[in-house]
Design a protein around this ligand. Sequence first.
Ligand code: CO
Length: 151
Amino acid sequence: MKLGRLNHVGIATPSIADSVRFYREVMGAEVIREPFDLPAQGVKVCFVDTPIGRAGGTGGPQIELIEPLGEGSPIHGFLAKNPAGGQHHLCYEVPDIHAAKAWFEAKGARVLGEPRIGAHGTPIFFVHPRDMGGVLTEIMETPKMAAGHGS
Ligand code: CO
């Protein structure tokens, strides 16, 4: 497998609304997408764009703000330990999700569950932080269309 593009940095937050305000007013973010629910994953997410290169224009890695959705949300445990929120995971793109899963398993890294549709509408899986240098890692199949920043 060849390491792909860093697609996004996942940031858990108790309030997407408060975090959006922070990214707009303190970080100067200019492009903040509409938040939406991902009920199957127990989260509400909102993407903040970063520019690609110095010239600007979107297409750089995004910040994925993640708020718990529902009582069974996997984010509750994280927020219990980090009440103000914090960095939750990194997400890298790969061309083929099934090939990537087989690759990580062959390396002895624990893949958490089967590939499922993620926030960008393409299949994703997570790899256990204990096998990833302490970083919860999301692997995402590159969207087929252009830069992959549709909705
Ligand atoms: Co993510």
